[in-house]
Design a protein around this ligand. Structure first.
Ligand code: PBG
Length: 329
């Protein structure tokens, strides 16, 4: 009687494979990042992110309607800020008529039910490309948290459903939660980038927003004094636990593919929804390999997205969201 178990029976044909499949992808899984620019009639290519665009507000409308028609019901907004509006303390981030605030209203105008999440961090507004205020050559924590809290209120006032702090300052979730509650935005959620690593995979994103840290002598040109060391695993659990205790509704691991061990650790330890951000560099790698004909774009894309979900992601922020949904549904 050899072998007593024949596992290949469950792989005989697509019908049985799909019957016993453990992980399946749905449009409900996705959060769609959107890049917004000032201007009119703009749908601008991003060199290092083929087939991904920056939209001016008028062009954003059609894109949002298209996403909704595809069953994609959540967006994550990022703005590319004009250089003249950048400073050290993120003044423009608090402008009630700023690009982010207008973008939120634009999405809600054309599609009131679309869930709007907003990036909360100083880097697109920072003359130095850093996520915090700089003083004496250092990124200072507590003053930055105050600005992030004000920024969150401003996004909530404009109509954001969730704010998504991506800065990695200590204590910012509590600071933001308290500020939102004091302003009566008790239903505005927080998706915390809780385990966000100092990663070289963010390169194309920084091209998209023109937000790379600039060389300024005594201030480090990287984000290693606030984003996590990619060699660390236990630290991700500590960061996540603190953010949950401070009031995060959704936690996040970022980047995605190279960090799926972290995703599973968090899944096994905590009972809150987990978002995974498949970042710009991951997108760029597959696009480049596919352009060269070295990888099958669609097959690898589905394998990657499924792997992220299999690892424990409840929410997947991905530049592939539209491609996946068009391919599958
Ligand atoms: C900004 C922010 C970054 C990303 C999301 N929010 C860049 C960074 O931290 O430098 C990266 C997203 C991507 O690479 O797709 N705080």
């Amino acid at each position: 009687m050899f072998p007593i178990r024949r596992n290949r029976r469950l792989r005989t044909n697509e019908a049985i494979r799909s019957l016993v499949r453990e992980t399946s992808i749905s449009p409900n899984d996705f959060l769609v990042p959107l890049f917004i620019v000032e201007g009119k009639g703009i749908k601008e290519k991003i060199a290092s992110m083929p087939n991904y665009y920056r939209f001016s507000l008028d062009k954003l409308k059609a894109e949002v309607k298209l996403l909704w028609s595809l069953g994609l019901k959540s967006v994550l907004l990022f703005v590319k800020v004009e250089d003249a509006l950048k400073d050290n303390i993120g003044t423009e981030a608090l402008n009630p008529n700023g690009l982010m605030q207008r973008a939120i209203k634009t999405v809600k105008d054309v599609c009131p039910d679309m869930l709007v999440m907003t990036d909360v961090a100083l880097d697109p507004f920072s003359a130095y490309g850093h996520d915090g205020i700089i003083e004496g050559g250092r990124i200072i924590n507590d003053a930055t948290v105050e600005v992030l809290a004000d920024m969150s209120i401003s996004h909530a006032e404009a109509g954001a459903n969730f704010v998504a702090p991506s800065d990695m300052m200590d204590g910012r979730i509590l600071g933001i939660r308290e500020a939102l509650d004091q302003s009566n935005f008790i239903d505005t959620g927080i998706m915390s980038y809780s385990a966000k690593y100092a990663s070289a995979f963010y390169g194309p994103f920084r091209d998209a927003l023109d937000s790379a840290p600039v060389d300024m002598g005594d201030v480090p040109k990287d984000k290693k004094t606030y984003q996590m060391d990619f060699a660390n695993r236990n630290e991700a659990l500590r960061e996540t636990e603190m953010d949950i205790n401070e009031g995060a509704d959704i936690v996040m691991v970022k980047p995605g593919l190279a960090y799926l061990d972290i995703v599973r650790d968090i899944k096994n330890n905590f009972d809150v929804p987990i978002a995974v951000y498949q970042v710009s560099g991951e997108y760029a790698m597959l696009k480049a390999a596919a352009e060269k004909g070295w990888l099958d774009h669609d097959a690898v894309m589905l394998e990657q997205i499924t792997s992220i979900k299999r690892a424990g992601a409840d929410v997947i922020a991905s530049y592939f969201a539209k491609d996946v949904v068009k391919l599958l549904f």
